[in-house]
Design a protein around this ligand. Structure first.
Ligand SMILES: Nc1nc2c(c(=O)[nH]1)N[C@H]1C(S)=C(S)[C@@H](COP(=O)(O)O)O[C@H]1N2
Ligand SMILES: [Mo]
Length: 324
């Protein structure tokens, strides 16, 4: 991998029209599936079509990965981009959409360090360049017991990490968000320790379900969703999905994470979605699927957020009540 040098842009405008693509999926769903799908389509076609991202500035070139499209309808672009957790921009769900618009995401660099052969500072262009983008529709389950379904655009995290040639001592990988209180007003208060930090065990990070996301609904990530690049680990609670990443470090020891520092009895390092382990202050057995308020609905929460078949093996022999 080359070091930071020129700021050439690698996200190219697309000639794909996401709206057309989503419209054809609507047809597909209505034709191919039963009542549930029809209801889902009803929800999906509500205000969602109007505010679905169109081709134009920020449109990405990608392929759709059909292996990752749940039967559930994606949430509307509006829900996904106006109901956010991003404490750097405030603690209300509507704060990030309001306060993150001025965040400068170019130029952007990412520092890679620790137990790896290839380390240094890289431009976001160099980080992203080799990775073909794909769309994956994933469930997102927040530890606060709400959930969404999001059509992310991204690439496997493991493909990125392998480029740095982690050494045999790399047992974990740590991620860090930008620290810039001038741009991130929430960092002027001590609601969390800044910068926001997250981490994964190296085998979790290399699991094919874990992705770096750079877009949603076919377009570059809005700032409030973590531009220019954020983590998505769909079998874990949403707080593992750290936004606006500027640092990646391979470590021998388990990294400190922002939420585990803040309240270790409430937010563990593993944070696997687990309906059998309640948060000390609320049940995790079910979740509120956002649907624009009126269309919110309650669903049972699934172990590993419904991805148990793929990932449960990562934790065989581990007591998931203790390592939560
Ligand atoms: N840097 C940073 N990353 C963050 C957060 C945050 O406050 N700061 N919130 C997390 C939480 S709690 C959730 S649920 C998801 C929400 O992602 P979304 O706003 O794109 O839905 O982002 C996660 N990533
Ligand atoms: Mo969350």
């Amino acid at each position: 991998m080359r070091r930071a040098r020129n700021p050439s842009v690698t996200i190219v405008p697309s000639d794909i029209t996401p709206e057309a693509r989503y419209l054809s999926r609507r047809t597909l769903l209505a034709g191919g599936l039963g009542l549930a799908a029809l209801q889902a389509v009803g929800r999906f076609s509500r205000p969602a079509m109007a505010d679905t991202a169109a081709a134009g500035p920020g449109a990405l070139t990608f392929t759709r990965n059909a292996a990752f499209s749940p039967a559930e309808a994606p949430n509307s672009y509006r829900d996904i981009t106006t109901y956010n957790n991003y404490y750097e921009f405030g603690t209300d769900k509507s704060d990030p959409a309001e306060n993150a618009q001025g965040l400068r995401i170019r130029p952007w660099s990412v520092t890679v360090g620790g137990e790896a052969e290839v380390t240094g500072s890289f431009t976001i262009e160099d980080i992203l360049k080799p990775h073909p983008l794909e769309e994956r529709v994933y469930r997102l389950r927040c530890v606060e017991a709400w959930s969404m379904v999001v059509p992310w655009i991204g690439f496997p995290l493991g493909d990125l990490l392998k480029r740095f040639k982690p050494t045999s001592k790399a047992k974990f990988v740590e991620f860090k968000t930008l620290y810039d209180p001038k741009q991130m007003p929430g960092q002027r208060s001590s609601v969390l320790e800044w910068p926001y930090m997250e981490g994964l065990r190296i085998d979790e990070a290399m699991h094919p379900l874990a992705i770096m996301a750079v877009g949603l609904y076919g377009k570059a990530l809005p700032n409030q969703n973590g531009a220019p690049m954020r983590l998505i680990v769909p079998w874990k609670y949403g707080f593992k999905g750290i936004k606006a990443i500027v640092g990646i470090k391979f470590t021998e020891r388990m990294p400190r994470t922002a939420w585990a520092e803040a309240a270790p009895n409430e937010y563990g390092f593993y944070a696997n979605v687990n309906p059998a382990v309640d948060h000390p202050r609320w049940s995790q057995a079910s979740e509120r699927r956002l649907g624009g308020g009126l269309f919110d609905s309650r669903h049972p929460t699934l172990p590993f957020n419904g991805y148990a078949a793929e990932v449960a093996g990562l934790y065989s022999g581990m007591d998931l009540r203790r390592y939560f």
